[in-house]
Structures are given as structure tokens and as C-alpha cells.
Design a protein around this ligand. Structure first.
Ligand code: PGA
Ligand code: ZN
Length: 416
């Protein structure tokens, strides 16, 4: 690519799907090309994630304001990136990392930095007159391909007021040949599950943070059984037409030592691993994310060995899209698939490094949204451009989720 001159950056504070502030940046290049990007925000975050800079002023958004992050883009970052031409995405990201100077982007804020990294990529795609997914594909030297969605059906844990410990149950449709087929099938499962929740729990269709249903299940296992029941009542064969993918987010029900508080009962890591292995068979689970505490490296190894090829051992909080942690998991066999969330690491180039590392070990990759999202749809282009195996965005309700799904439908219509 030819050198790019950034003419200006302009960040503002906008709101995410929980009504919390986040950062949107507009990047204009000297040829007039403009790219805008908004950053998402997690609730069930890993300790090793890059730092979201929040104002901490309790009188404004409970301390969650992003005015300082916005200011950092508009002053320090803008001055640095407009001072010279930028060779490519890597050069911009290196500059941003050096400017911050901390290992976790705590000075300028990963929210500030990522908004610039992504807005620049969008502006470059405009200059180069290609679709964003094509641009991402070029950056990664990957042939774009549509990912398969893992679509949220039920939530518990931090996404739904902790009525059960397991955080998210998603549905994947291995046989669906198209996005259209996938969403039509999910519609049947979702509304069948909603009817069943009404009949069994007397609850209306009220939704969790990612738009999934959150009936007052009495246990995590009841939630898994209800998902399989909804698949079958919708006329599909569980394990063939539709499978479960589960995000336990176990860091958030880990107690201490090696114990977990699963639905209020203390269970050892050993017993939890054995239980997961049973669940995988019984409930047609093809992927288990964050089955264990984020730093329980030895137990993760046991879990991955136990699940083998029956289900993906998928690392989210464990890996935090961090190349060092991914390398450690590769070396020790602690996981065999990567959940990739760009804002966990803070720049596009570092996320790309994470992708390459995972692929070099033969891992599967799931590109994921956060529970706090915006209507920005860059994630659909990223998952497609980087040829992720899966994309995890949330439910088929709520427009911040649909922005991504509708973009996937558009990309399918463009014959990607
Ligand atoms: P978060 O959760 O965006 O709230 O961190 C999503 C996930 O755990 O995968
Ligand atoms: Zn997760």
C-alpha cells in the first residue's frame, strides 16, 4: 500500500447497548477518505485485558465516562499520527503502542487506541476502494470467507443477573449452507424457546445483555436441557441440524483454590471437568468456552485433553487475545481454539498477530463481539476478512447485534 497521511482524528463519546459511554473516532486522510469506528465493551472481562480508560467521576455515568479517552485521541494521538505519513496499519499500531508506552494501554486507554486503529483501517479501505472485509483480508493475507454464527439463546451469569452460573448458551447450525438458512433456523429455535419459557416459568420474552432469553432456570444444566428441548420442539435434530456452544465464563464463579461455586454448590475443578465431559455428550455441545478460571493453566490442560476433539476448548478470559498467553496455551496444550476480541488487546495488528499464532498451531478461531456493543458493524467484516471459523455476536434481537448479522447477510449477497 502507498503511504497514508492522516489529516485529522476526531473522537466523541457515544453510548453502547447498556447505555454506557464508549468511544467513536472519525479518521480523515489527506485525500478526503473518511473512516469511523466505535469500540465495544465487556462486562465479563478477563484480568489480562488491555485497559479501558474510564473517567472515574462518580457523578457522571457512575464513573464510566470516556471523556479522557476522547481527549487523548483528539490531542496526544492526533498530534502524533498526523506528524508524518503512515506506511501501513502495522506502522500506525506500533506508533500508538509506543505513544502509550505501557504493557496494557493503561495510559491512553485501549478504547482510545482501538478506535483510532479501526477508524484508520476503514479510511484505508475507502481510499483503496475496496470493501472493509477485503481490506482486512489483504492486511492478514487471508482469503475472505463467511464465518458460521454461534447465536445466543440463553444467558445466565454476569449477562443475566446470575440466576445460573453458566453465562451463555449459543446455537450453531453445522448443516446450514447459508446465512439466510442459519437465521431462519435460529428464529424457530429462539421463539420456540420463548414459548417454552412462558409455559414453564411464566416469563415474558425479556432479554439479557446480548439479547438472549434469561428464564429463571434453577440450574445451569436445566438451561442446557431447555436449549436442546427448544431445538427438538422446533423440528430439528439436536447434534445434527443444531448444536450447542457454551460459554461457562468460569472465572466469574471460581471461588479459590481449585473450587467453583456452580449454581451455589461448591465443586472441585476435577469434578467440574468430569461434568463438562458428560454435558458435551448429553447436550450436543461442540464448543466449551472458559470452562475454568482464567489462570488455572494446569486444569485447562486436563480439560482440553478430556474433551479432545469432541468439543473445542475455547479460551476467552484465559487468552485475552494476547499473543503471549496464546503462545503459552499452545506450548502447554491448555486450549485448542481462540476467542478473538480485538478490544482485549487494543490494536488491529496485535489481534492479527493473535490470529496468526492460533492458525499456526492449527487452532479454530471464533471472532467475538462484547456484551456492550454499538451499531457499528466492523466485526462482521473482520470475521469474514480474516476467515474466522465462527462469529459470536449475541442473539437475533437487538440492533447492535443485528448490525453485524445484517452485514453478514449483505456480504453473502455480495457472494463472498
Ligand atoms: P463480555 O462477555 O463481552 O461481557 O466480556 C462476552 C464473553 O464472555 O464472551
Ligand atoms: Zn466468554
Amino acid at each position: 500500500m502507498t503511504m497514508k497521511q492522516i489529516k485529522s482524528l476526531h473522537a466523541i463519546e457515544i453510548l453502547d447497548s447498556r447505555g454506557r459511554p464508549t468511544v467513536m473516532t472519525r479518521c480523515e486522510l489527506s485525500d478526503g477518505s473518511i473512516g469511523k469506528a466505535s469500540v465495544p465493551s465487556g462486562a465479563s472481562t478477563g484480568t489480562s485485558e488491555a485497559v479501558e480508560l474510564r473517567d472515574g467521576d462518580p457523578t457522571r455515568y457512575g464513573g464510566l465516562g470516556c471523556l479522557q479517552a476522547v481527549e487523548n485521541v483528539n490531542t496526544i494521538i492526533q498530534a502524533a499520527v498526523t506528524a508524518q505519513p503512515i506506511a501501513d496499519q502495522q506502522a500506525l499500531d506500533d506508533l500508538l503502542i509506543a505513544l502509550d508506552g505501557t504493557p496494557n494501554k493503561g495510559k491512553l486507554g485501549a478504547n482510545a487506541i482501538l478506535s483510532v486503529s479501526l477508524a484508520f483501517a476503514r479510511a484505508c479501505a475507502v481510499t483503496e476502494q475496496v470493501e472493509l472485509y477485503q481490506w482486512f483480508g489483504q492486511l492478514a493475507d487471508v482469503t475472505p470467507r463467511l464465518p458460521k454464527p454461534m447465536i445466543n439463546l440463553f444467558s445466565g451469569g454476569k449477562h443475566a443477573g446470575q440466576q445460573v452460573s453458566i453465562q451463555d448458551v449459543q446455537i450453531a447450525f453445522p448443516k446450514a449452507a447459508t446465512m439466510n438458512e442459519t437465521f431462519a433456523a435460529m428464529y424457530s429455535v429462539y421463539y420456540t424457546a420463548a414459548k417454552q419459557a412462558q409455559a414453564q416459568h411464566g416469563v415474558r420474552l425479556l432479554t439479557a445483555d446480548e439479547g438472549g432469553l434469561a428464564p429463571p432456570f434453577t440450574s445451569s444444566e436445566e438451561m442446557l436441557a431447555a436449549a436442546v428441548a427448544a431445538i427438538e420442539a422446533a423440528g430439528m435434530v439436536a447434534g445434527e441440524d443444531a448444536c450447542l456452544t457454551v460459554d461457562a465464563a468460569a472465572t466469574h464463579f471460581y471461588q479459590s483454590g481449585q473450587d467453583y461455586a456452580l449454581d451455589g454448590n461448591t465443586i472441585s475443578a476435577t469434578d467440574l471437568i468430569a461434568l463438562y465431559a458428560e454435558w458435551v455428550g448429553r447436550y450436543h455441545i461442540i464448543s466449551l468456552e472458559d470452562g475454568l478460571f482464567e489462570d488455572a493453566w494446569a486444569e485447562w490442560q486436563t480439560l482440553a485433553a478430556r474433551l479432545g476433539t469432541a468439543a473445542m476448548t475455547l479460551g476467552d478470559d484465559l487468552l485475552c487475545t494476547n499473543p503471549q498467553r496464546i503462545q503459552k496455551a499452545i506450548d502447554t496444550g491448555a486450549a485448542n481454539s481462540l476467542l478473538l476480541k480485538v478490544n482485549q488487546i487494543g490494536t488491529l495488528s496485535e489481534a492479527l498477530h493473535a490470529l496468526k499464532l492460533a492458525r499456526s498451531a492449527g487452532w479454530q478461531v471464533v471472532v467475538s463481539a462484547r456484551s456492550g456493543e454499538t451499531e457499528d458493524n466492523w466485526l462482521a467484516d473482520l470475521a469474514t476478512g480474516w476467515a474466522a471459523d465462527y462469529i459470536k455476536v449475541g442473539s437475533i434481537t437487538q440492533s447492535e447485534r443485528l448490525a453485524k448479522y445484517n452485514r453478514l447477510l449483505e456480504l453473502e449477497a455480495l457472494s463472498v
